[in-house]
Design a protein around this ligand. Sequence first.
Ligand code: ARG
Length: 467
Amino acid sequence: MTDQLAGKSGAWSARFSEPVSEWVKRYTASVSFDRRLALVDIEGSLAHAEMLHAQGLIGADDLSAIRSGMAAIRGEIERGEFAWSIDLEDVHLNIEKRLTELAGDAGKRLHTARSRNDQVATDIRLWLRGAIDDARARLHALQRALLDLAEPHADTIMPGFTHLQVAQPVTFGHHLLAYVEMFARDAERLADCRRRVNRLPLGAAALAGTSYPIDRERVARALGFDGICENSLDAVSDRDFAIEFCAAASLIMIHVSRLSEELVLWMSPRVGFIDLPDRFCTGSSIMPQKKNPDVPELARGKSGRVAGHLVALLMLMKGQPLAYNKDNQEDKEPLFDTADTVVETLHIFADLVAGIEVRASRMRQAAAEGYSTATDLADYLVRKGLPFRDAHEIVARAVRSAAARGVDLADLGLDELRGFSPLIGPDVGAALTLEGSVAARDHLGGTAPAQVRAAIARHRARLASNV
Ligand code: ARG
């Protein structure tokens, strides 16, 4: 490897008496990863060129040469024929150089009233806007898959847990709706983040604005931005919009991770609440009996990776004085990987949820085993006039005695139950059944099957209006 690169053709080369070393060239180049921005870079350049022409800053012939040059470049990129060069550092210089080859002086005029600083900030925002729309669509698909599974299980009884111990019966549909709400908030967060992503930095130039009579509003409209990043120093330097996205993405992954943890647990033969189709599992190279829930485990692992990217971007920003600093080139890999990981994960999870096989009898059996209707018995006593604390104490005694004999509360005869409180009458039966317990929680957000069905309908209506 040579130490020096002869003839580095950077845009600034006349200022330098020697080329950068081979190590520095590789250290500072970003084209290996920022070429992903190529198509939005072209889109941004075309909007800029149109504005330059409308403002009388370049001729009609220049604009048309730029347009046809860019169309050719887009074709080369899409066909995989574009010759990317690390000597040209980044995606912007690669495209500009090729444009100049194809369009001559018109290509050299494109960078009038622009800097790579506002150019790259524009590109990332355009790219991220697309990634957000993609992630939101995936979140909606996952919510639909959860609703499709929740509907037939609106009255499937399972144990609800606190401290991972059987607490009170709930329905499986109700349990799934908890995740629908998490993902609904995630989609809302992304929509909110998009409002701040979707603003135009172009026109800020390097940092101070430009001496040309530009029209930023026109460029914003052409690129579908909702507004402009006004202050030029802020426009080129802050990456808070990318940090916000990574924060929203981290929460998505944390929610996926919690769901994953439950899927792994439910699929354990010890629990056996569900099974996952083979296409989401792998076997063991040594233990022939194994079927492992690799996909949820991997998603749980990837949540750490995305949260790591969030921290990386926060740390990237924290010590930077105004305005642009090269540190910001480091924003791309974490951002791209975050978007890729979230979109892929959500895509797979929508399929995976649709494939869950529910073992309703195992769920019911587990709910029946953990004295999960103890609270209902206490509530029954309260309805008979006992203060709740006294009712709690009486039922605790009943549970203790049933547990000592290894039976359920429902197995205790009426006479036995009356031994704990004479207020208990023959109407106690409904309070002790699992169905009676869930049906009793019949209020907005409760686990009663009717409420679960109503909530499913509300969520479907919300999704139909794309919220
Ligand atoms: N590749 C650079 C980035 O990603 C583009 C901006 C470079 N600007 C500069 N003045 N060095 O941030």
